[in-house]
Design a protein around this ligand. Structure first.
Ligand code: ATP
Ligand code: MG
Length: 585
């Protein structure tokens, strides 16, 4: 492709709303342009990268035995009503009406459509298993679209769904998809980790997120410094604190103290000259299982995913002021377990607090020297807090958890029979019995994967594409576009490369060399070949890798061979070795 012919508007400045480097560089390199919040045009360079990611995904999915389909983006409400998600999904679901006032939504994910498709055709175990996927535009009305393609409202996803006659077969396919995802992200040249993720009511370890390691990631990952345990912090378990039993120490008499306007952990512990570790933070929650109080040590964060699992709740949320007042008879900020008439669950960390501090269930007052059993009772203790660095690993002896940040690029999930039961996707098993199909679902964010690659591969000048995702393999820079011998040599090399199937971008613009080099660094194509009159006298050109500082001279006749060699090497360099799917606990 010639630079003068392609629509490649590079920019010196990034847009002011671009908070992360991938968003800044994708915009500056002329890959994307914003149309509305979280909605983008893909310009030629951006689309080329997107297609590269898609093709890797497609090749590996096909190799793994999945079949590509295409489902509509506009989905009739009836399907979502059947699954119950028309009401449950919330505001991320963009609902629209057609000219007959019928309800539709823009598909944020396609469990309903695929389940309806398969139930209509599959009757017998003999027609199973099936693994179907599509690569398609999704719409989610995200509350805070940001970071460019990383969290868009309209975005491209590979979504796959599998259908099985037995649990064993569903688990076999889960592993197949897990391995496939490892291959896909390796081929994309990403440093990633598969981590255990929240499974909701299904439980077990049948949900893994594929995380690209990056400081700008929105997710936090806990990983053991000794074994290969890794989990989203939403999920990360903390080792056996329950076994420690009740705390030791002399119990002092309970006392009520005045704490005017002191509500937060910091305010109360500062005012009472104690530490957050002494505070029993009391949170009032609403859920489909009713209102309840949740206790956690003052310096820890309650983990709502863990609470939800403990309660087996469909939904839960911090209670509003009215519910807090009804439950505690005090304004929020002064709740405590002493004398509280509500269900109380507590994190293990509360078990060992001796002479603690809690709200007194009245305005501007707290209790000090609060002790478990003597002053309050707890209905259930559980691991309810979010893991922090240094917590003990739940899987090995002596390992400690580290916390790192990651970008979730993919997710594999064993769905079970949630959709097949709700929507009647039934088959007859070998004995002729009617059973719901067992399902799995498998997603990859295509645009997010491209953006994540930039988060990992860039410098202050621009993007550094790994060969497999690069929009072009070679960037040709004739230094002086007005010099005929220079342009003739550049054209000859360009043709030679293209004839060998190498995708080259030639900067044929009549611009200063500095401008062209800056754009080349910004766009980040792996190999740069500079054609200048001085080296040409020796029948040579300059060759430079985007990542390297060194510039080498190479005979024009050798360019093609050298580039093919670089490409072959780049394909062979696995960036990270396959992580084996850990055994189920
Ligand atoms: P997140 O927690 O980041 O919102 P999710 O759990 O909602 O992700 P899934 O429903 O599992 O995501 O979707 C599958 C994949 O689609 C994700 O792993 C991610 O790569 C991608 N994805 C999800 N939401 C977005 C978005 N708003 N913009 C771009 N990609 C997205
Ligand atoms: Mg989401």
């Amino acid at each position: 492709m010639k630079f003068s012919m392609i629509f490649l508007p590079t920019l010196k400045e990034a847009p002011s709303d671009a908070e992360v480097v991938s968003h800044r560089l994708m915009t500056r390199a002329g890959m994307i342009r914003k149309v509305a919040a979280g909605i983008y045009n893909y310009l030629p360079l951006g689309l080329k990268v997107i297609r590269k990611v898609e093709n890797i995904v497609r090749e590996e999915m096909n190799k793994a035995g999945a079949h590509e389909v295409s489902m509509p983006m506009v989905i009739p409400a009836e399907l979502w009503q059947e699954s119950g998600r028309w009401d449950a999904y919330g505001k991320e679901l963009l609902r629209v009406k057609d000219r007959h006032e019928r309800d539709f939504c823009l598909g944020p994910t396609h469990e309903e459509v695929i389940t309806a498709m398969v139930r209509g055709e599959v009757r017998s175990y003999k027609q199973l298993p099936l693994n179907l996927y599509q690569i398609q535009t999704k719409f989610r009305d995200e509350i805070r679209p940001r970071f460019g393609l990383m969290r868009g409202r309209e975005f491209i996803m590979k979504d796959g769904y599998s259908f099985h006659a037995t649990e064993d077969d569903a688990e076999r396919e889960y592993r197949n998809m897990y391995d496939t995802y490892c291959r896909i992200f390796e081929r994309c040249g990403l440093k990633f980790r598969a981590v255990e993720a929240e499974t909701g009511p299904i439980g077990g370890s049948f949900s893994h997120e594929f995380m690209v390691l990056a400081d700008t990631g929105e997710d936090a990952i806990a990983s053991c410094n000794k074994c290969n345990y890794a989990a989203n912090v939403e999920r990360a378990e903390i080792k056996g604190q329950g076994a420690r039993g009740k705390g030791q120490g002399e119990e002092k008499p309970l006392e009520k103290v005045s704490t005017p306007g002191m509500k937060t952990v910091e305010e109360v512990s500062g005012f009472l000259k104690t530490t957050p570790q002494k505070l029993i933070k009391t949170l009032i929650y609403n859920s489909d299982k009713g209102a309840l109080a949740v206790l956690v040590r003052g310096d820890y964060e309650l983990n709502e995913a863990k609470l939800k699992r403990l309660l087996d709740a469909e939904w839960l949320a911090l209670a509003d002021e009215q519910t807090v007042r009804q439950t505690t008879h005090a304004p929020s900020g002064f709740a405590g377990p002493v004398g509280l008439k509500a269900k109380i669950v507590a994190d293990f960390s509360v078990q060992v607090i001796v002479n603690g501090v809690t709200g007194a269930n009245e305005a501007d007052a707290h209790f000090v020297n609060v002790n478990l059993d003597r002053d309050f009772k707890v209905d259930a203790f559980a691991d309810l807090r979010t893991a922090v660095a240094g917590d003990l690993c739940p899987r090995c002896d002596g390992g400690a958890l580290e916390i790192n940040r990651g970008i979730e690029v993919g997710h594999v999930f064993k769905l079970g029979t949630k959709y097949s039961e709700a929507m009647g996707a039934i088959f007859l098993n070998e004995k002729g019995e009617a059973q719901p199909m067992i399902m799995g679902c498998y997603g990859i964010g295509i645009g997010r994967t491209a953006a994540a690659s930039i988060e990992q591969n860039h410098d202050e000048k621009g993007i550094i594409w790994p060969m497999p995702l690069a929009p072009f393999q070679v960037h040709l820079v004739p230094v002086n576009a007005k010099d005929k011998p220079t342009m003739d040599a550049a054209e000859a090399i360009y043709k030679d490369l293209r004839d060998a199937g190498i995708d080259a971008l030639m900067d044929d613009r009549d611009e200063r060399a500095g401008v062209k080099f800056n754009d080349a660094d910004l766009i980040g194509i792996p190999v740069r070949i500079t054609i200048g009159s001085k080296a040409l006298k020796e029948n040579s050109v300059e060759i430079k890798m985007r990542k390297a500082v060194d510039v080498g001279l190479i005979k024009i006749a050798d360019v093609k061979k050298r580039v093919l060699n670089i490409m072959e090497q780049a394909d062979r360099v696995g960036v990270i070795t396959a992580t084996q799917l850990p055994q189920s606990p």
